[in-house]
Design a protein around this ligand. Structure first.
Ligand SMILES: Nc1ncnc2c1ncn2[C@@H]1O[C@H](COP(=O)(O)OP(=O)(O)O)[C@@H](O)[C@H]1O
Ligand SMILES: [Mg+2]
Length: 296
């Protein structure tokens, strides 16, 4: 099994399992056609093994994240959930010492295939982080359309206005900011900033949205608003969420995967399946202990 480091100085190299470096893209990036409907897509990880230098942190992890459903990744800190999530949209390779083996299939197409552009993979599979990270000095409006410029979308003023309204509405923020779209993103509360980040991620019309503990820095009211937003969003975008909150996993997800790493060992999936079954009748005693709060 090859384990060459992926050099990612320019964020474009995709050296994977020792494949020769793919040619740099020469043509324009793919153009977003905003009114084109996007089909719900499944994401399938096959035999993902990951390293930081010589340190193996994930061992042969396979998981299908079903189209149009929320899949929750749960497990104690340090078992590789964030690393797994970052592998799902090729962000893992941004760490110079990082390498990986395995495949990630978006509707059957490996996002690590050299013919798949990095920009395309990141457009199709968006990410929201634990700490809200809008561009603080940029206006709310410009935050939403920020990613669109990178995708080559050429929209007129009216179309852009529509995109901003639609994405803010989907993120559950429109009513709170409609009269102050020109104010800086940094002026919003933490929960509003996180919804602004969701709106920004939606603007490029992703097929999958990855969320790494998106509510762990938020108050309960903001958390509830984001959970309600997810319930609407999942009708058009497949969602994968990492959460340490067991109630949240039960409220938002249909499928669940429990990650665990023994001391000094790489993380792997102990058990996965419908969330109801994972919490109601877990098969593995370690899953039962974790979901009942006995460790982690
Ligand atoms: N940038 C990095 N460089 C080196 N090791 C890392 C890096 N990021 C994470 N790790 C290691 O990878 C393992 C899994 O971490 P992580 O994916 O963040 O787990 P989780 O999200 O489940 O808490 C941990 O042992 C962590 O120390
Ligand atoms: Mg993490």
């Amino acid at each position: 099994m090859a384990r060459e480091a992926e050099t990612a100085a320019d964020g474009l190299s995709a050296g994977h399992r020792g494949d020769p470096a793919p040619p740099r893209p020469t043509s324009d990036p793919p153009t977003v056609v905003w009114d084109e409907p996007r089909q719900l897509a499944a994401l399938e990880a096959r035999d993902i093994t990951a390293w930081f230098g010589d340190h193996m942190v994930l061992d042969q992890v396979s998981l299908t994240m079903r189209a149009g459903e929320v899949t929750a990744l749960i497990g104690p800190s340090g078992c590789g959930k964030s690393t797994f999530l970052r592998i799902l949209n090729r962000m893992h390779q941004l760490v110079p010492s990082a390498s990986l083996a395995g495949e990630v299939l978006l509707d059957g197409v490996d996002i690590y295939n050299p013919s798949m552009r990095l920009t395309q993979a990141r457009r199709d599979i968006g990410m929201v982080f634990q700490k809200p990270n809008p561009f603080p000095a940029m206006s709310i409006y410009d935050n939403v359309v920020a990613g669109l410029k990178l995708t080559g979308a050429r929209l007129g003023r009216t179309e852009r206005d529509n995109v901003v309204q639609e994405c803010l509405a989907k993120a559950g923020l429109w009513n709170e900011v409609r009269t102050r779209l020109r104010q800086p993103g940094g002026a919003l509360s933490g929960g509003q900033q996180q919804r602004l980040c969701i709106a920004r991620a939606l603007a490029v019309k992703p097929r999958v949205l990855l969320m790494d503990e998106p509510c762990s820095a938020l108050d309960p009211t903001s958390t509830r608003v984001i959970e309600e937003t997810m319930a609407e969003l999942v009708k058009e975008v497949t969602i994968v969420i990492v959460t340490h909150n067991m109630q949240q996993a039960q409220r938002v997800s249909k499928q669940c995967a429990f990650f665990l790493a023994a001391q000094g060992e790489p993380g792997h999936i102990i058990e996965h399946g419908p969330t109801d079954a994972m919490f109601g009748s877990p098969q593995d005693p370690r899953t039962a202990d974790y979901v009942h709060g006995r460790f982690g």
